[in-house]
Design a protein around this ligand. Structure first.
Ligand code: CIZ
Ligand code: SF4
Length: 320
């Protein structure tokens, strides 16, 4: 604990010295989220992280999250230095949607509007017409459907199916998945509900359809945090990354939160309710990135930037 306190003090001093701000995702470890709050940075979902970095005056953005979040920041503010505790923090959705194959898929359906989740590379974003995050995906697809547009959706198939069911839009899907949310288990969740009949079930729509069906509230991280505050229940079973408990507990200190069940006892699940890439954003890595950002700075291809900026700005303007 003493060691952690020392890291925190050094990071605070370095942030000031380097004119940098720490921007953390809800899925990072609690101490990282607390540090971002204490130092005037932010803790948010990917949409709000993008907005915050875009508007904040600091010259350097330290993005504690995963690579696509760093790339989005660089696309929006190429004049800023964007640094990540480690560039190895990626995402199974991004990895599972390589530009060459995705672009070929899109080419086979030229009449369709390409809508991609923010959890993708700059190249995939440049190929897309629209970017969405889970907090605005439903509204954007609804809007496109009303305009009579047919959609290519990528890369998360669970979120895509959920949105298709909700909106009735004509969508064809790329078959990606989040390794964290894909692990939530239906049968074990039913058992857990029986154990806590008064608990409300909160589910992120990257989870499998049968898990979503058991939910009292379905939504993005920020929407689930809001549901925890607004629902009258005192207990919640939560199917998303456990990093989110930091914020839920902070805003609802009198309520109780339980992790939704994953693969079960004895199972070897490397991503049980916590993203291994989000977990790479430790205090030591943040300090190192501030001391020597070489090899940790995010760059994007300036030829791709323009296209990615166009599709990202559409989202930001739509959900402003
Ligand atoms: O699962 C993720 O990586 C999420 C929820 C990203 C986001 O939109 O904040
Ligand atoms: Fe990607 Fe899932 Fe990790 Fe989010 S939680 S960064 S979607 S692997």
């Amino acid at each position: 604990a003493a060691e952690k306190a020392q890291y925190k003090e050094r990071i605070k001093a370095l942030l000031v010295e380097k004119n940098a701000v720490l921007i953390a995702h809800y899925y990072t470890d609690p101490e990282i989220q607390a540090l971002a709050e204490e130092t005037g940075g932010c803790v948010a979902d990917s949409l709000e992280m993008a907005r915050f970095g875009n508007q904040h005056p600091a010259q350097t953005l330290i993005i504690a999250g995963v690579k696509f979040m760093g790339e989005t920041a660089k696309v929006l503010t190429p004049e800023k230095t964007v640094v990540m505790p480690t560039l190895e923090a990626t995402c199974s959705l991004d990895l599972g949607c390589p530009i060459k194959e995705f672009s070929e898929f899109c080419d086979q359906h030229p009449e369709r509007t390409v809508v991609v989740y923010a959890n993708t590379s700059t190249a995939v974003k440049a190929r897309a017409d629209w970017i969405v995050t889970s907090s605005c995906a439903l509204e954007i697809v609804e809007h496109l459907d009303e305009q009579g547009e047919k959609i290519i959706w990528g890369p998360d198939r669970h979120l895509g199916s959920y949105i298709q069911k909700q909106t009735g839009a004509d969508m064809i899907m790329w078959q990606g998945a989040c390794i964290v949310h894909d692990e939530f288990k239906t049968k074990a969740l039913i058992d857990m509900k029986a154990l806590h009949p008064d608990a409300a079930v909160l589910v992120h729509p990257e989870s499998p359809a049968e898990v979503i069906e058991l939910a009292d509230a379905v939504g993005s991280t920020s929407q689930l945090i809001k549901a925890a505050q607004e629902l009258p229940n005192q207990k919640f079973i939560v199917a998303t990354d456990r990093g989110i408990f930091y914020k839920m507990q902070q805003l609802c200190p009198e309520k109780e939160f339980f992790e939704a069940p994953t693969a079960g006892e004895g199972a070897t699940c490397r991503s049980c309710a916590h993203c291994p890439w989000m977990a790479m954003n430790g205090l030591q890595a943040i300090e190192q990135a501030l001391i020597d950002p070489s090899g940790k700075e995010v760059f994007v291809d300036m030829n791709l930037r323009e296209g990615a900026l166009r599709s990202t700005n559409r989202m930001l303007e739509f959900s402003a």
